[in-house]
Design a protein around this ligand. Structure first.
Ligand code: LLP
Length: 431
């Protein structure tokens, strides 16, 4: 099994966090997102402990809530002591409703509108991660009109390609995000920021990409950032207090993906950073990281009911499910690999290779190609693993499909965290 919260019971059914997935499908219906609360908490604790141990007590992981944003998740990460990364009024609003202490929130995005900036200040969001000078001036203006001093970090691009996939690479000089160190714009915006009375520069941020499997990429970006911090100190006499290294540790979607020991990688990163800071003659800044995927991905799976099983002799086979790119667009968008099982026939021999496809009127609506399955028939329950990140949060109502319910499980109970959408919900804004 790709994750230790999965197992097979005596009936040959897939279990998740100890729950029979067929029983969950029966109780709550399909398609169904299931999330393992215990696992989310374990993932949170792993980051909190590793960061505090290796970077010191001031270090803090921030949950990148774009990976999965709904009220309950903000309550869980609050209880686990993390901060959050939010990117929109919607995420800020959801966190606020959940009672998340927004002074521990970092507001991202490459285009914060004037309304967004005002909204975030209304909600007393602790930190703005500033993308560019134009945005910085807009924040200064709004803060001045309120007579406050807004804490900010400047997002910089260290000029690094993490070699994952293009849609998630963000640290290169030509990225739409941040201000580039290489072009001199990073130093320029820092100097400008230091002259503004209504913003308080707390430090710098960079995010190089997502699904990164070892600390090396972070070591490279942190060395560039620490060098920048040292140069800025010499040039402007400003010493950055915080260095935020963004998100990115990878997760196992399939057996081929490597295991990653978060504690070990963070320890390695911390050693390399301390060495670099010593070499540059600066104190270690307080470190922030923004894990999203690695907090929630392996804490989720999606259950579907199989419908038509189509065999095209000499060509290929299809197993259609009652969801698709509307609840998981990641294969359609990125060609992402997933592990797919017939959840009720875990011990049956492989009898079929098929593309598992969704119900949308679009041939790109594919969950995974060439899946090995046992004899699969209409009514079987199909499980897609590792769907806790960027599935619910990227879901749509294409074809006027309702988004699935999201059920949380712990070792001893299950409960609905997000209700299934209804047809009335779909039409509620239609005039
Ligand atoms: N911090 C920043 C500034 C980010 O842009 C991101 C992700 C994260 C943190 C969290 O990264 P993570 O730990 O989750 O790798 N929709 C794509 C992923 C887009 C990631 C965008 N930014 C996918 O489904 O793979």
């Amino acid at each position: 099994m790709i994750c230790d919260n999965l197992a097979v019971n005596q009936k040959g059914h897939l279990t998740f966090c100890g729950h029979d997935t067929l029983a969950l499908a029966k109780q709550y219906g399909t398609p169904l997102y299931v999330m393992d609360e215990d696992r989310i908490r374990e993932n949170c604790r792993r980051y909190v402990q590793a960061m505090k141990e290796h970077f010191g007590p001031e270090a803090l992981p921030l949950y990148a809530s774009k990976a999965a944003s709904f009220k309950r998740i903000y309550q869980i990460v609050k209880e686990e002591g993390l901060g959050v990364d939010v990117v929109s009024p919607g995420e800020i609003y959801t966190a606020a409703l959940a009672g998340f202490p927004l002074e521990k929130a970092y507001f991202h995005s490459n285009n914060k509108t004037d309304e967004d900036i005002a909204f975030a200040m209304d909600h007393k969001v602790g930190y703005f991660v500033v993308d560019c000078q134009e945005e910085l001036d807009a924040i200064e203006k709004e803060a001045a009109s309120r007579g406050l001093r807004q804490k900010v970090l400047l997002r910089l691009t260290p000029g690094i390609d993490p070699h994952t996939y293009e849609a998630v690479n963000t640290g290169m000089v030509d990225s739409k995000f941040g201000s580039a160190i290489e072009t001199g714009q990073a130093a320029q915006i820092t100097q400008h920021c230091l002259g503004l009375p209504h913003v308080e520069l707390m430090g710098f941020h960079c995010h190089i990409g997502s699904q990164v499997f070892d600390a090396d990429t972070f070591v490279r970006s942190s060395e560039i950032m620490l060098t920048f911090i040292a140069q800025i100190q010499v040039r402007f006499g400003y010493l950055a207090r915080e260095l935020n290294l963004g998100g990115g540790f990878g997760v196992r979607y399939t057996q081929e993906d490597p295991f990653l020991d978060v504690d070990q990688e963070i320890a390695r990163l911390a050693r390399a950073m301390e060495e670099k800071a010593n070499q540059m003659g600066i104190p270690m800044p307080q470190v922030r990281m923004e894990p999203g995927r690695s907090i929630v991905a392996d804490a989720g799976l999606t259950l579907y009911t199989a419908g038509s099983v189509k065999k095209i002799p000499g060509y290929k086979n299809y197993v259609s499910i009652d969801g698709g790119m509307t609840d998981n667009p990641r294969f359609a968008l990125y060609g992402s690999a997933y592990t797919v099982y017939n959840a009720g026939k875990m011990n049956d021999p492989v009898a079929l290779t098929a593309d598992v496809v969704g119900r949308c009127c679009e041939s790109g609506d594919i969950i995974q190609k060439n899946v090995s399955l046992p004899a699969t028939v209409r009514g079987d329950i199909v499980a897609v693993l590792t769907t806790g990140a960027y599935n619910y949060s990227m879901a749509s109502n294409y074809n006027r499909l309702c988004r699935p319910a999201l059920v949380m499980v712990t070792k001893d109970r299950s409960y609905v965290a997000v209700e299934r959408e209804s047809l009335a919900y779909l039409t509620q804004n239609d005039v």
